[in-house]
Design a protein around this ligand. Structure first.
Ligand SMILES: [Zn+2]
Length: 159
């Protein structure tokens, strides 16, 4: 693979890249911009101080570019785990509060979803500090509010 595309192009750094972003496209739907030879689903956004563009790369190329294949591989497996967890999220045993709202305690958070007008909202409270974060948008269904809460919780965990 390392003879393809930009790997054999002069002026393109071959190491010293850093990953600045990661995205799961859901299916292989773009081409690795480094080797220009692999359709990729998981996009590692790679940046280099001596190169003007950010390159969207597959795991193997990203690992070589940052000289840390384990890190690139971990980004991909973390993302897969998250996708699987999100898929199971709605089938977890949500409890019902006295006011009839579904809630869940997990990952150090108390998560509750509730109707607001004709739509749905949610609140995530960090156990321990008691700091609450309210959903920034309203959802059409209870399930969508729960998935929104999942994404919110994942975001809160990493910030
Ligand atoms: Zn590649």
């Amino acid at each position: 693979m390392s003879s393809f595309g930009k790997w054999s192009q002069q002026g393109v750094p071959k190491k010293g890249w850093a990953c600045i972003g990661f995205e799961d496209l859901g299916e292989p739907s773009t081409q690795c911009e480094m080797c220009e030879n692999q359709d990729i689903r998981y996009v590692h956004q790679m940046q280099h101080p001596d190169y003007p563009h950010i390159l969207e790369c597959g795991c193997v190329c990203a690992g070589k570019m940052e000289e840390d294949y384990a890190a690139a591989s971990k980004r991909e497996s973390d993302s897969k785990n998250l996708t699987q967890r999100r898929a199971r999220w709605l089938t977890r045993k949500w409890k019902v509060s006295q006011s009839g709202n579904h809630y869940l305690k997990t990952d150090g958070f108390h998560i509750v979803v509730f109707p607001k007008g004709s739509r749905w909202s949610g609140t995530i409270t960090r156990l321990g500090t008691g700091v609450s974060t309210q959903a920034r948008r309203l959802y059409d269904t209870q399930d969508k509010a729960k998935l929104g809460a999942f994404d919110g919780m994942i975001w809160l965990k990493s910030h």
